[in-house]
Ligand binder design. Structure first.
Ligand code: AKG
Ligand code: FE2
Length: 263
């Protein structure tokens, strides 16, 4: 039996400017729902070990929702299951939670500034939670299935035209998630243990940070994961991304601290 996390600090933490880890963000019910959905998608989306252009084969098995990712680009010739509306809502709520810890995590255009104003919100009774609203609309999700021994090397998520944040949900086995800087693969980096139900968001100045999964702790998933799937879940990770430039995610044409030229 896995030792419970005695004495382990599970408070939200910063992984860098605009990058946050929120432990236990999902309820067990939400995790079960998402895990079942992943199993259903996997049955139709044919997870595969991606062969990298250099010839190496990734040890995780991956499939896409919304837009099909292949190394270095999104391939719209391949059909994928759509991203359901509830998953988009989950990503928006996740961004609101991340912004409460570090507002730079929720900037939509990748700049180092406060989040862009959310869509106008109705005031009074029935007003929605403040948050990024429809402005954050991920159009691609990558689902990574980590079996025994699978890892993911340090990389940048750079195949998206938009610099909007990446929202990442973890399920099943725990792992070490390594988060570095945008400049290079090397140190400094922060290692954090991600458990089933944890949230990571990286945006703003950390949107292009190198990150990876050097280790998965086999058979550490909560026992109910096995009951849900009838099989070992391994580790399951879902990242939501905006891949296209939109009005809200386009960086400004000129730095906004410069005065406009006078005619
Ligand atoms: O598995 C993870 O936590 C990270 C996955 C990731 O970096 C990716 O899919 O690009
Ligand atoms: Fe990534």
């Amino acid at each position: 039996m896995t030792e419970p996390l005695f004495g382990v600090d599970r408070a939200p933490s910063s992984l860098g400017p605009g990058a946050v880890h929120v432990p236990d963000w999902m309820s067990r019910e939400q995790q079960e729902y998402l895990l079942r959905a992943c199993a259903d998608w996997a049955a139709v989306a044919a997870p595969r070990s991606i062969v990298l252009p250099g010839g190496g084969r990734m040890s995780v098995r991956t499939f896409s929702l919304g837009r099909h990712w292949i190394p270095y680009r999104y391939d719209d010739d391949e059909d994928t299951p759509p991203i359901p509306e509830w998953l988009v809502r989950a990503a928006r709520t996740a961004l609101t939670a991340a912004a409460a810890i570090d507002p730079r995590a929720a900037v939509l255009d990748g700049r180092d500034h406060e989040p862009l104003p959310a869509e106008p919100q109705p005031a009074g009774p029935g007003a929605r939670e403040p948050g990024p609203g429809p402005a954050y609309t991920p159009d691609a999700a990558l689902v990574n299935l980590y079996g025994r021994g699978a890892t993911m090397g340090l990389h940048q998520d750079r195949d998206e035209a938009s610099l909007a944040p990446v929202v990442s949900f973890s399920l099943g086995d725990a792992c070490t998630f390594r988060f570095g800087t945008p400049e290079h693969r090397g140190r400094p980096y922060t290692d954090v243990r991600l458990e089933s139900g944890d949230l990571v968001v990286f945006g703003g100045p950390s949107r292009m940070a190198f990150h990876g999964v050097p280790k998965v702790f086999d058979s550490t998933a909560p026992s109910w994961c096995r009951e849900v799937l009838g099989a070992e879940p391994g580790r399951v990770n879902i990242t939501l991304r905006m891949t296209r430039m939109t009005r809200m995610t386009r960086p400004p044409a000129r730095p906004d601290h410069l005065p406009y030229p006078t005619p």
